[in-house]
Design a binder for this molecule. Structure first.
Ligand code: UD1
Length: 344
């Protein structure tokens, strides 16, 4: 068994896939999650896939004493992967204080406890949202950080800065910031995926709910952008590929291979796919016809963004492997499984 890793938000969408990959790679995992956007059955499904049941503590990362007790209970935690955060862009505009409190407070608690418990490093879930609309595409890690469009986006930027400031102050920790592009899809077993929480705001959950008949129609937000087909372009990254990026980041950190105490990596495919292309890829992959209509632009949307993932390819030895059609088929299989389980 390799080192012990604390995964906050480990029953969530990306967290749960990452726990599976960590366990497959031999790491011992302790999950901390307040179940605000997931449920405890996810732990059973992780066990079903990987054959190992991760330790699980139901806890909010804002609870400093509770977190302290977790580090004491599971002696020898070597690194943290910090997923636990609120992530709905629209909600963050309505409830900024909730977002600042949750997303900043949780990270601050972890950073405070790390030296005390001998935790060597933290992998942080950041986002391509920090780039805003980049001046150059594909976007590299050197691109300037643009003013955030939402409190959610701002918490990602501030969290990156907090980590840099704490490391610069001499804290004996390392950090790897992973800037995710647009994670989509589900585990090929259809045992893990993104659990629905009200009306989806993101494209693929809305699309699969429309395809299965929960929603009447998918609205495509704008076809008058300056792109080949007029719809927005994103870099859609398979969630299992994304999960694997965390494992190689942890390997690098714990093997002492980091060249800088804080390293940043884009985690994307390097390929831009438009919203309309994605719809057609879904129809091709699944044979299901989608009811959609073009409507006006959505406020705050970026026109086009996709990653230059070369640094992650070269330095981490990580590359996105799964094609868009396989990924969309996995999202569809997950939606079918949700129906089987009576979840809408
Ligand atoms: C957003 C956030 C990103 C965050 C991510 C979380 C912004 C600018 N970006 O990404 O920081 O990490 O969510 O998953 O806030 N679309 C439709 N119809 C729909 C839904 C979406 O046409 O019903 C289009 C959008 O206009 C956009 C694309 O699909 O062009 C992707 O949208 P979405 O899945 O919401 O992700 P982002 O906005 O790219």
């Amino acid at each position: 068994m390799k080192e012990k890793i604390l995964v906050t938000g480990g029953t969530g969408y990306i967290g749960s896939h990452t726990v599976v990959e960590l366990q497959n790679a031999g790491y011992e995992v302790v999950i901390v999650d307040n179940l605000s956007n997931s449920n405890a059955d996810v732990v059973d499904n992780i066990e079903q896939i990987s054959g190992i049941r991760p330790a699980f503590e139901k806890l909010d990362c804002l609870d400093l004493e509770g977190l302290d007790a977790v580090f004491t209970k599971y002696q020898g935690i070597k690194a943290i992967i910090h997923f636990a955060a609120s992530k709905a862009v629209g909600e963050s505009v309505q409830k900024p204080l909730l977002y600042y409190r949750n997303n900043l407070g949780s990270l601050i608690n972890l950073l405070e406890l790390m030296p005390k418990h001998g935790v060597e490093g933290i992998v942080f879930s950041s986002s391509c949202t920090v780039y805003g609309q980049p001046d150059q595409l594909p976007v590299t890690e050197e691109a300037p950080i643009k003013k955030a469009e939402s409190p959610y986006g701002n918490t990602k930027q501030i969290n990156e800065e907090i980590i840099r400031d704490v490391v610069a102050s001499g804290s004996p920790i390392h950090a790897i910031l992973l800037r995710y592009f647009n994670p989509i899809g589900a585990h090929p077993s259809a045992l893990l995926g993104e659990l629905p929480n009200g009306v989806p705001q993101n494209l693929v959950p809305y699309l699969t709910q429309t395809a299965i008949g929960i929603r009447e129609k998918l609205s495509v937000f704008g076809d008058d952008y300056n792109t080949p087909d007029g719809s927005c372009i994103r870099d859609f990254i398979n969630v299992v590929d994304l999960a694997k990026a965390h494992v190689v980041a942890i390997d690098r950190m714990l093997e002492g291979k980091q060249e800088e105490k804080v390293e940043v990596f884009n985690i994307g495919t390097g390929r831009g796919v438009s919203v309309l292309e994605l719809i057609h890829a879904f129809e091709k992959a699944t044979g299901v016809k989608l009811n959609y209509q073009i409507v006006g632009r959505r406020a705050g949307d970026i026109e086009q963004v996709w990653a230059n993932p070369e640094r992650a390819n070269k330095v981490l030895g990580w590359k996105a492997e799964t094609g868009i059609e396989d990924t969309l088929r996995s999202a569809w299989n997950w939606q079918l499984k949700l129906r089987e389980r009576g979840i809408q």
